[in-house]
Design a protein around this ligand. Structure first.
Ligand code: CO
Length: 322
């Protein structure tokens, strides 16, 4: 499998690291599943610097060696923040996905998307794109033309959310919402953008396949925020800046806190420098995961079928004016 898929990876024209989707994973994919126990021990893991796509710098909580995914979240990449000079910005040119959803959220900079189902989008700060790859999509995610030309600062997230077995070959779907469409919740010392799900009765227009909450949260120094979590969810607090606590557990910059079977509310407290984080919660699927680079299915046979379908052109192609 290892050699065969490596050769297939070369045939697909993908770099090895991009192809495996993980520069530190074993090539066969490490399938360590976080325990979903009755209690809620919080595991804090560092985010690791890696290169993705055409070579842009990301910070990755997982997949890394020893942690392949945290059901139902398959990947969290913080893109940058990085300051590009003119002509330096890098993106992820045409590549396939099958079996899950890709989410892109931009904090600074701008990205342009196009895919083999005719969807086109341009993301600016605060905007979100939620793409259901389902049966198969080829897309490109590139810096906007003005960032490519003039340089600029790029910062954002890409997150992969798994799809249940019954939805893995669903018709691809594309949702994109500008920052103006996403609810902002404010209170004493706190600000939150509701990217998906709900906070304080304010609901995002994004329709998720698996019940998922995604919040961009900023707390002033020594502030508190209580975030309700749907029972049975696995939650993640991915720090962006500053430090704070989740309940009694301290969490610092460039770390991710993994909270299996999260409590009914996450109690966030910020330290003296404030705290900024991406907060995620999703309902675990509890299904087998077979993943290989851009494909995430339930069995290795389905992964091999994904390669065959991709190579046979069944994911379509991006229509571009010549
Ligand atoms: Co992609």
């Amino acid at each position: 499998m290892r050699i065969v898929t490596h050769i297939l990876g070369k045939a697909l024209g993908l770099g090895w690291e991009e192809f495996t989707g993980c520069s530190r994973c074993d090539a066969a994919g490490v399938m360590v599943k976080a325990m979903n126990t009755q209690t809620s021990p919080i595991t804090v893991v560092p985010t690791q610097v890696a290169l993705e796509g055409g070579g842009f710098q990301i910070r990755r909580a997982f997949p890394v060696a020893g942690l392949s995914y945290f059901d139902p979240i398959l990947l969290i990449d913080e893109m940058g923040p990085v300051n590009y000079g003119p002509g330096e910005a890098i993106g992820a040119p045409d590549h396939p996905h099958r079996g899950f959803e890709t989410v892109t959220y931009i904090i600074e900079g701008a990205m342009e998307h196009e895919d083999s189902h005719g969807h086109r989008g341009a993301l600016r700060p605060g905007d979100v794109q939620w793409m259901t790859a389902g049966a198969g999509v080829i897309h490109s995610e590139m810096p906007a033309a003005d960032i490519l030309r003039d340089g600029g600062r790029v910062h954002g997230f890409q997150i992969w959310v798994n799809l249940p077995k019954a939805q893995k070959l669903a018709t691809p779907r594309y949702q994109e919402y500008a920052s103006t469409s996403l609810p902002i919740v404010t209170g004493p010392g706190m600000w939150a953008r509701v990217i998906a799900g709900e906070l304080d009765g304010r609901r995002s227009p994004i329709e998720t396949t698996v019940p998922t909450t995604m919040l961009h949260v900023k707390l002033d120094a020594n502030a508190r925020l209580s975030i309700p979590i749907a029972p049975g969810s696995n939650a993640i607090v991915h720090t962006i800046d500053g430090d704070g606590r989740i309940g009694d557990t301290p969490v610092a910059d460039h770390h991710a806190a993994l909270i299996p079977n999260a409590p009914a509310a996450l109690e966030l407290t910020s330290g003296p420098n404030g705290f900024e984080a991406l907060v995620l919660a999703g309902m675990p699927l509890n299904e087998p995961v077979a993943r290989y680079g851009p494909f995430v299915m339930n069995t290795n046979a389905e992964i091999e079928q994904a390669f065959r379908d991709y190579q046979a052109g069944r994911f379509g192609e991006i229509a571009r004016a010549s």
